[in-house]
Design a protein around this ligand. Structure first.
Ligand SMILES: [Mn+2]
Length: 452
């Protein structure tokens, strides 16, 4: 059964109609306005993470370093004219600074001057290139206040400062995660090895768990950012449903989603609006886990898998829904869809403090195994979510404040069936909260939404 026909121009105006309906604003109203945010303390929100929270994160790292020195690098800069650049996520997590390539934060716990125990290093001003790329401040009070650091220096001073710190502290601790043996050596380890060649007896420790674990426990401000990213994603999926129909093609569906993200102010540290490449795959292409062309047809009777997430203030949403192209599930699709829903419900139930991701995975695997469908579920159940769509894994069982995705799926390419359902789940003291529960998911909800 086909959905009522829409013209291409009808689809376009439907997409822009979504944008005219504003989402609840996460922007601060400062008590002056009478918006929703002012009336509802839970919505009295922020454009981004407050500066004081970044400072508190840095203070926590300094404390946990327990006397060792540490350094976090923002990463080398690509030429801004060629593609996008995003800061290292640990640097971004500790500073909120987006446009500074080759920057560093030095933790120097034994410095006699408390304002020099955490120092931000920025590459020198270059009036000739800066007038192309960004307005950049000179060193002084205004940059310290704007960035929330007691001390800001140019990177030319980092070698002396870091070496002096190592001489005093005698121990250095790696904060950046290690790569595998084929990957480049992490920046702090590379630097510490050079220091070791010059100062005998200085140790290098693995403290990579500090930031991994801090990042995995989301603060209320971070959860608010993720909630807003999910709200934007929900609007994107709503726009997709107005466009999707037999013959619409995948590209206009993906386009409607990403236009909606842009219109709602999605943004991340690289300047992008999505947390990863949107996947909008119809028919057999819905079984490709990393399908990214999004340029195929949408045929009557097929399913479409849409895996997408906006980012807001750098925080990612990661949602998957599976829709019948013509608005109605066939009986075979219905049966398998219900099975994936049942698996997802079992995994969501298993996601609670003390459980491991393996427990969460096994809950879905058991459901599929009972129906003889286990071989059609060929990926893991999910991952941590935050500043990165595949956020760093804390290496511990689930705890309150952890945020994970739960995304079981079944794939039968020869029958053109791909089904995946993914929600974003916040672990709470009592169990969990599904942050994306508002996005139509049951067969009844989806078919009703597609009629509308
Ligand atoms: Mn995911």
């Amino acid at each position: 059964m086909a959905k009522k026909t829409k013209s291409a121009s009808g689809s376009a105006s439907a997409a822009s109609a979504v944008a005219s309906k504003p989402l609840p604003s996460p922007f601060a109203v400062g008590g002056a306005g009478k918006g929703e945010a002012a009336d509802d303390p839970a919505m009295a929100m922020l454009t981004s993470i407050p500066q004081a929270e970044y400072a508190a994160r840095r203070a926590e790292v300094l404390k946990q370093l327990n006397g060792a020195i540490g350094v976090i690098f923002s990463g080398e800069g690509a030429d801004p004219r060629h593609g996008t650049w995003a800061p290292d996520p640990f640097f971004y997590y500790l500073t909120g600074i987006t446009g500074e390539q080759q920057a560093a934060v030095l933790f120097d716990p034994s410095h006699e001057d408390p304002t020099k125990r955490i120092v931000l290093f920025l590459r020198p001003l270059n009036p000739e290139s800066d007038r192309w790329d960004a307005f950049r401040d000179g060193i002084g009070k205004s940059i310290r206040e704007r960035l929330g650091f007691g001390t800001v220096m140019r990177t030319g001073h980092l070698p002396d400062m870091l070496t002096g710190a190592a001489r005093r502290a005698r121990k250095m601790a790696c904060l950046h995660p290690f790569g595998n043996y084929n990957a480049p050596v992490s920046g702090d380890l590379l630097t510490f090895r050079k220091v070791q060649e010059r100062i005998p007896g200085v140790s290098i420790d693995d403290r990579t768990e500090i930031l991994r674990q801090m990042r995995s426990r989301k603060s209320p401000a971070e959860i608010a950012m993720v909630r807003h990213a999910i709200e934007i994603t929900a609007a994107g999926l709503e726009a997709a449903l107005r466009v999707l129909q037999p013959g619409s093609g995948e590209a206009p569906v993906a386009g409607a989603i990403e236009n909606t993200y842009r219109q709602h102010g999605a943004h991340g540290p690289s300047g992008g609006v999505t947390a990863y490449n949107t996947i909008a795959g119809s028919g057999a292409r819905g079984t490709l886990l990393h399908y990214r062309a999004n340029d195929g047809p949408t045929d009557d009777g097929d399913l479409m898998v849409i895996d997408t997430g906006a980012q807001f203030a750098g925080y990612a949403a990661d949602i998957t829904r599976t829709y019948p192209v013509n608005g109605v599930f066939s009986s075979e699709q219905r049966d398998l869809y219900e099975l994936v829903l049942t698996a997802q419900a079992a995994s969501i139930k298993a996601a609670r403090p003390g459980a491991t991701m393996t427990d969460v995975n096994n809950a879905s695997r058991e459901v599929f195994d009972k129906r003889g469908m286990l071989d059609h579920f060929w990926h893991g159940i999910g991952h941590h979510l935050g500043l990165q769509v595949h956020d760093t894994d804390p290496g511990t069982p689930l705890q309150p404040g952890h945020l994970i995705t739960i995304e079981p799926g079944l794939y039968i390419p020869e029958r053109k069936i791909g089904i995946r359902i993914e929600d974003d789940i916040l672990i709470t003291r009592g169990g969990n909260e599904n942050l994306s529960v508002q996005i139509p998911k049951t067969i009844k909800e989806i078919e009703a939404a597609m009629k509308g």
